[in-house]
Design a binder for this molecule. Structure first.
Ligand code: ZN
Length: 78
C-alpha cells in the first residue's frame, strides 16, 4: 500500500492490513488474504487483492444479477 494509493482510497482501512490479512472494504472484517480474490499486480509486482472479501463479492454479484434479471423481466413484460 503506497501513499498514493491511500490518497485514492480515503476510506480504506489499510492500518490493519498485514502480509497475510486484510480488512474487507464492505463488511470491515479482518480476513486472511486467501478470502479475497486476486486483482492483478501493482507496478512493483506485488499481488493486489480486491477490496471486498469473497463473501461480500459473492453477495454483490448476486444482487447485481438480481437487479439485471429484474431489468430484463421488466423489459420483456412491457
Ligand atoms: Zn467482507
Amino acid at each position: 500500500m503506497t501513499e498514493l494509493e491511500q490518497l485514492f482510497e480515503p476510506e480504506y482501512l489499510g492500518d490493519q492490513d498485514t502480509d497475510t490479512h486484510r480488512v474487507c472494504g464492505t463488511c470491515g472484517k479482518l480476513k486472511p488474504v486467501n478470502e479475497f480474490y486476486k486483482d492483478g499486480r501493482d507496478s512493483k509486482g506485488n499481488i493486489k487483492y480486491r477490496r471486498d472479501c469473497r463473501d461480500c463479492y459473492k453477495k454483490t454479484r448476486v444482487e447485481d444479477a438480481r437487479r439485471k434479471e429484474k431489468l430484463k423481466n421488466g423489459q420483456t413484460n412491457r
